[in-house]
Design a protein around this ligand. Structure first.
Ligand code: AMP
Ligand code: FE
Ligand code: FE
Ligand code: ZN
Length: 293
């Protein structure tokens, strides 16, 4: 069984429709794929239909944009945490509310970034909107695509490594739901919260990761169900540490690609996978929606 529990479509920042994503999943020999667009469930229906037609299993999910307020060396700062929510009820009103809020906050933030970029480059908001489907969740990738179109950078990756990086001079944070509130809400909606690419910022030293590790105990106490340990952005030191933490607390461990389309990001479908046992645990814990297997 090849199970990949993290992918994006044109409903957020992927480059392929939900149907195309599942066509690629079938071609890649995947047995199960989760569609986890940023802050939206709008791709689920199309994904379910394509998956059934193609004989690929479908797990509905969301990658929820959340923020962790952490204090290190007596200084408090906000860290962006992506929380995967598997099988939540898409009609749970409080969850729908925070997703809607996040989509509009992301839009305001993207517009503000475009304003900063427009001082130095020939970028406009219309050009950015042209890069995405109507109603899609916007993020830096749409800005990257606009910068590619006007010839400032050759591709998305180049944009992320320079102008659009956190230190690139144009970056603004996205102020969204607190990570603890998100975990509670996902649980309330019958979903299973799993941190996406945890400690993705860590290199050789865990303390430089994107979340100080004392914080993880509080997240677990708050209802976190698991970690996406096997992901290209999670370095080996972090994997080892997360695996021992997962073992200690009997948590779920997943592995996934974070596919954004052939031309969206280098991540390839099935490059990391999740065991059938772990998928079963997710399904048993969930009560908000149904996987199609
Ligand atoms: P944002 O949430 O708007 O700050 O943008 C972050 C998103 O950009 C993430 O969800 C990634 O999927 C995407 N991203 C990050 N790095 C890259 C890259 N090198 N190439 C393409 N997309 C990227
Ligand atoms: Fe993304
Ligand atoms: Fe993410
Ligand atoms: Zn993702």
């Amino acid at each position: 069984m090849r199970i990949d529990l993290h992918s994006h479509s044109t409903r957020s920042d992927g480059k392929e429709s939900p149907t195309e994503v599942f066509e690629h999943a079938a071609a890649a020999g995947l047995d199960v794929l989760a569609l986890t667009d940023h802050d939206t469930t709008s791709g689920w229906a199309e994904a379910a239909e394509a998956a059934s037609r193609l004989g690929v299993g479908f797990v509905p999910g969301i990658e929820v944009t959340t923020v962790a307020k952490v204090t290190t060396n007596q200084r408090s700062h906000n860290i962006s945490v992506h929380m995967l929510a598997y099988l939540p009820d898409p009609k749970h009103s409080a969850l729908e509310q925070i997703l809607g809020d996040s989509v509009s906050t992301r839009q305001t933030r993207a517009m503000a970034m475009v304003e900063l970029l427009a001082k130095d480059f020939d970028i406009t908001w219309d050009l950015v909107l042209k890069q995405i489907d109507e109603g899609a969740t916007i993020g830096r990738p749409a800005l990257a695509d606009a910068l590619v179109e006007i010839g400032v950078v050759p591709n998305r990756t180049a944009a992320f490594e320079s102008i659009l990086s956190k230190n690139g001079g144009y970056y603004l944070p996205t102020e969204t739901v607190d990570v603890f509130d998100a975990i509670s809400l996902i649980r309330e909606a019958g979903g299973v919260p799993v941190i996406a690419h945890p400690l993705g910022g860590a290199k050789d030293n865990l303390d430089r990761g994107d979340l100080p590790h004392e914080h993880f105990d509080r997240l677990i106490a708050g209802g976190l169900a698991g970690f996406e340990v096997y992901h290209r952005e999670v370095p080996q030191v972090a994997r080892d540490w997360l695996l021992s933490l997962a073992k200690k607390h009997d948590l779920i461990v997943t592995g996934s690609s974070d596919y954004h389309g052939v031309h969206g990001k280098p991540n390839r479908l099935g490059e990391h996978t999740t065991s059938p046992e772990m998928l079963n645990r997710i399904i048993e814990l969930a009560s908000g929606s149904q996987a199609i297997l």
